[in-house]
Design a protein around this ligand. Structure first.
Ligand code: GLN
Length: 306
């Protein structure tokens, strides 16, 4: 049996240590024992588990919406609205919105991502969402859609995010009104993908955009990876950087993308994109099996990150 298969089987045993997210009712129905892992290089792919099973991007989309907004406005303009500093707080924390001149700390936490949602190109809610789905469609060479059930489920239980949006608006950090920013943000979180799609998105980052026609400047891609490295795994980002050492981003659906700039995993060589889906998450909001898989993998293969 291949080593990577053993790592997968070990990780799958860990799923009982977490639970599917319950604060978004539609996510609570997912099978917590599931784990899908897709690893993709420019010309090879390894798939473990059901890599065609769909789920929603949740916070993984924050990387992509940041890239679309920063590529459109330029990083200087974006940084007038959002900083690039880690917080060590939970993703939906409200406490720091009255520090750092009230500016959200980074685009990987909800406050920064809601601001980014209001800065997306387009004149309407529809166009702003479309700017990100179109970017993802270019990367994946296929159409994607918003899972309306998940969107509505979260929209009706979005008190924290709505509170964050009101504070952002009061302090001048929203370019659209509260409801629009919130709806754009939550629709983006509800885009459906599968684990293979995640691997392709991660490979896009690993190759600095060389694997597809989707356009994003190298500067913005590099900043996105730096944000993933410092803030991508919620308030576990420091430990993840120390013990796994790859730019990665997780979502409460149990999704994770991880980026290998250069490495060798079984038959895969060169830049490698990794996509995982394991809906049992820990207290911080990261897939327990996903973290276990990536931790073991980084111990057993030589991988370079930046
Ligand atoms: N839609 C989720 C929220 O805003 C995304 C959070 C996440 O994946 N951490 O709460």
């Amino acid at each position: 049996m291949k080593n990577i298969q053993k790592i997968y089987e070990h990780a799958q045993q860990m799923t009982h240590k977490g639970n599917a997210a319950s604060y978004i009712p539609a996510l609570a129905k997912e099978d917590p024992t599931m784990l899908a892992v897709s690893l993709m290089s420019m010309n090879e792919q390894i798939e473990l588990g059901d890599c065609k099973k769909t789920f929603t991007l949740q916070s993984v989309v924050k990387v992509l919406s940041f890239m679309v907004a920063a590529n459109h406005h330029g990083i200087e303009e974006i940084m007038r609205y959002v900083d690039v500093e880690p917080t060590g707080d939970s993703f939906n924390s409200i406490v720091r919105l009255e520090s750092n001149n009230n500016k959200p700390f980074n685009p990987m936490i909800n406050a920064g991502a809601i601001t980014i949602a209001s800065l997306l190109p387009g004149e309407s809610m529809f166009e702003r969402v479309k700017s990100v789905t179109a970017f993802i469609e270019k990367i994946l060479s296929k159409q994607v859609s918003v899972n309306n059930e998940v969107f509505m489920s979260e929209y009706h239980s979005a008190d924290y995010n709505r509170a964050i949006a009101y504070i952002l608006q009061a302090n001048g950090f929203l370019k659209s009104d509260v409801e629009e920013a919130l709806q754009v943000y939550l629709q983006l979180c509800s885009i459906s993908v599968n684990a293979s799609d995640l691997a392709k998105i991660a490979l896009y980052l690993a190759t600095n955009g060389q694997n597809s026609e989707a356009v994003c400047s190298k500067q913005v891609i590099n900043i996105a990876k730096a944000l993933m490295m410092t803030c991508g795994m919620y308030n576990f980002s420091g430990k993840f950087a120390a013990f796994v050492g790859l730019p990665a981003k997780s979502g409460v659906s149990g999704a994770i993308i991880a980026v290998v700039k250069e490495g060798e995993i079984e038959q895969l060589k060169g830049p490698i994109g990794i996509g995982l889906y394991g809906p049992a998450i820990d207290d911080v909001g990261n897939s327990v099996a996903g973290i276990d898989f990536l931790t073991e993998m980084s111990k057993q293969y030589e991988l370079f990150c930046l």
